[in-house]
Design a protein around this ligand. Structure first.
Ligand code: AN7
Length: 377
């Protein structure tokens, strides 16, 4: 008998709630099981009684929440005999697809927008051996091409239109419930394609044994089995925040030329458009937008005040939450979870560009180092 106690990823953890059989060969990098961290320093400046937690998804194996969906999508693709996967990506999906394809020993093709992907993500996809197709167009162009080419070539799409992606990603909601011992009152997410907000609602609804018309859409019913686990009796209001220059859910229509510093969510034609509106109405939540300035200021504040470094897109969830707490749209005494979808190290260029922290150049001498310290106390 083995005495090993290694965490082996979210499919193993939530086997009974996911569409796998006992014979399924699982492709995992130990994703999931990310920390839920209560913020202390930021809430104390608000003068409001609220509990704010961040779900730090940047601590997944490739540094974003995409790994939750990718372990499922690649596991099922391999089970199906696929030799190659393909995705369009603003960066994180490509990094994750490349990693799980490498792990599975299959090929990943990734379509990325020319010049608009953060350096860390490109580095990952390249190192992990993906075939990177840099297109002269944006994510939405890439997504259209991926759908077209998958009809003509033997490749499995691993964007979130692949329903197994949402299945994997719903486990973030399971973890939050188990970490908090309840469902939060509000769950805030940055929204691009709206796959993640859809997956979370799926997860909360399954755990609560509450009906959702998503079940029929995403063919999820029947997988959830929580016998022996605590069942929650409430679900959060789902709040989705977009960057102002890429905010189709706020405009009420597709956006043809999305622009934002938060390149991860530079998406104008969300793939889960209809699902996200279902989430919005069933959860009685709302969508709102954040300016690039707000996003960057919040990213920096989170790093400076709490020591948590997320990428720009991720900060939209907290930026929106803080605004809605101040205006009391989110009432006092609420329990709020904000998902930090990706790690700050993904996009070092944007971080350094906006950083005002002094880099003090000194000679390698005690006198100079000491005076630099005393000058900066
Ligand atoms: C850090 O990688 O779409 O609303 O191609 O990387 O589920 O699309 C990334 C999306 C939020 C939005 N935060 O999630 C891609 C891609 C980060 C992201 C989102 C993304 P969805």
């Amino acid at each position: 008998m083995s005495s090993k106690k290694i965490y082996t990823g979210l499919i193993e953890q939530y086997r009974n709630q996911l569409p796998v059989s006992k014979d399924t060969q699982i492709i995992s990098l130990g994703e999931g099981n990310t920390p839920l961290i209560q913020l202390h320093n930021i809430p104390s400046t608000l003068n409001k009684q609220v509990e704010i937690y961040v779900k730090y998804e940047g601590l997944n194996p490739t540094g974003s929440f995409k790994d939750r969906g990718m372990t499922m999508a690649v596991t099922k693709a391999v089970e199906d005999g696929a030799k190659a996967i393909i995705c369009a990506s603003t960066g994180n999906t490509s990094a994750s697809a490349a990693a799980y394809a490498a792990r599975a020993g299959i090929t990943a093709f990734v379509l990325i927008p020319d010049g608009k992907i953060a350096q860390g993500k490109l580095a990952q996809a390249m190192m992990e051996g993906a075939i990177v197709l840099q297109i002269k167009g944006n994510f939405d162009d890439g997504m259209r091409l991926v759908k077209e080419v998958a009809d003509e070539a033997p490749v499995t799409i691993v964007n979130s239109i692949n329903p197994f992606r949402l299945q994997g990603q719903k486990t973030a909601a399971f973890e939050i419930i188990e970490q908090l011992g309840r469902a939060p009152d509000f769950h805030c997410l940055p929204v691009g394609n709206a796959g993640n907000i859809t997956a979370h609602w799926l997860g909360y609804s399954e755990y609560a044994c509450a009906d959702s018309s998503l079940f029929a859409e995403v063919c999820t019913n029947g997988f959830a089995d929580f016998s022996g686990k605590p069942i929650i009796d409430t679900r959060p209001k789902m709040l989705g925040y977009q960057a102002s220059g890429a905010a189709p859910f706020i405009r009420g229509d597709m956006v043809d030329k999305p622009e934002t510093v938060a390149t991860a969510i530079r998406i104008g034609h969300p793939q889960s458009w209809d699902y996200a509106w279902i989430v919005n109405s069933e959860s009685e939540g709302w969508f709102d937008e954040c300016s690039d300035e707000e996003i960057l200021a919040t990213q920096k504040m989170l790093a400076e005040k709490e020591g948590i470094f997320c990428e720009p897109a991720s900060a939209a969830s907290l930026a929106g939450a803080l605004r809605d707490i101040k205006s009391e749209k989110i009432p006092e005494n609420s329990c709020i979870v904000c998902t930090l979808t990706g790690h700050g190290l993904k996009d070092p260029d944007t971080a350094i560009k906006q950083s005002t922290a002094p880099v003090v150049k000194v000679e390698a001498s005690l006198v100079q180092v000491k005076s630099a310290i005393l000058d900066n106390m």
